[in-house]
Write a protein that binds this ligand. Structure first.
Ligand code: IPD
Length: 265
């Protein structure tokens, strides 16, 4: 059995309330690495989501940030980030979200990104459009990078990884109006779907961070692919680019130019 979008929105809101209930309390911050944290709130939100989905849909497969892959029928898959933007949350910066996506027969068909600090719920169902709370969302209509506010993030292992995104960051910063780093990939994509931001790219990220956001951008009229223009951007190693069709094409060109430059060096 498939869930309804109302169900996905409801459990995202409940998880968001769990996150809010931990604010000001001892978060028991643990380091997965020097730059990657996990808190009591991540665990509580994830436990709620897993228990609730398991109760309603015992045969569904679940991919969750902290618990990993929980067995189930591959026909029904969930991608759960119980707290996207943990570093922001742990520092008291109100820029974090709950990200939930549901895939039927391998295709993401529902996505919800919930920002509990602003009570903003970004949602989409395949073929039904994308919404911010109850209002339809659309990607922005800019055609030139110079008009665009882009957004990106950096991999958690950037201290040790040669693919640390700094070269792309430099190139886009010199061609776009500006580039932001907000700290929650799911919100970066939700804001791109809402036309607040004009384009998003990132690598070294996980499927639970970007599965819901990808559907939001597509249903808001945008294009989402990997760095090479392939639609299936959820395959490891993940690279993602999302924007309106014109800016998306331009962003792919910039990423290719950077790759060529690096190969020549
Ligand atoms: C992180 C955020 C961030 C991105 C990192 C992610 P987390 O997710 O989405 O924007 O740049 O790569 O790991 O760890 O806070 O769920």
């Amino acid at each position: 059995m498939k869930p309804t979008l109302d169900y996905v929105k409801f459990i995202a809101r409940e998880a968001g309330e769990i996150l809010q209930s931990f604010i000001g309390k001892d978060l028991d911050v643990q380091h997965k690495s020097p730059t990657d944290l996990v808190t009591k709130a991540d665990h509580a939100s994830e436990q709620y989501l897993i228990d609730t989905i398991r109760k309603s849909f015992p045969d569904h497969m679940i991919n969750a940030e902290e618990a990993g892959q929980l067995v189930g029928a591959t026909e029904h898959q969930w991608f759960i980030d119980p707290l996207d933007g943990t570093l922001n949350y742990a520092h008291g910066v109100p820029m974090y979200s709950v990200s939930l996506a549901y895939a039927y027969q391998g295709e993401i068909v529902m996505g919800v990104v919930l920002d509990p600090a602003r009570d903003e719920c970004f949602s989409a169902e395949k073929g039904q459009g994308a919404f911010l709370n109850d209002a339809p969302m659309q990607v922005s209509g800019f055609e030139n990078l110079v008009d665009c506010m882009l957004v990106t993030g950096f991999p958690n292992n950037m201290w040790d990884s040669p693919d640390d995104n700094t070269i792309n960051f430099t190139h886009f910063s010199k061609q776009a109006q500006t580039v932001r780093r907000l700290g929650s990939a799911a919100l970066d994509m939700a804001y791109t779907a809402a036309g607040r931001l004009d384009g998003y790219w990132e690598t070294g990220i996980h499927n639970w961070d970007v599965a819901a956001g990808g559907l939001l951008i597509r249903e808001a009229g945008g294009v989402v692919t990997d760095y090479y223009g392939k639609d299936d951007f959820l395959r490891d190693p993940i690279t993602v680019v999302g924007a309106n069709p014109t800016i998306h094409a331009r962003m792919l060109e910039v990423l290719a130019e950077v790759r060529e430059k690096q190969q020549r060096a």
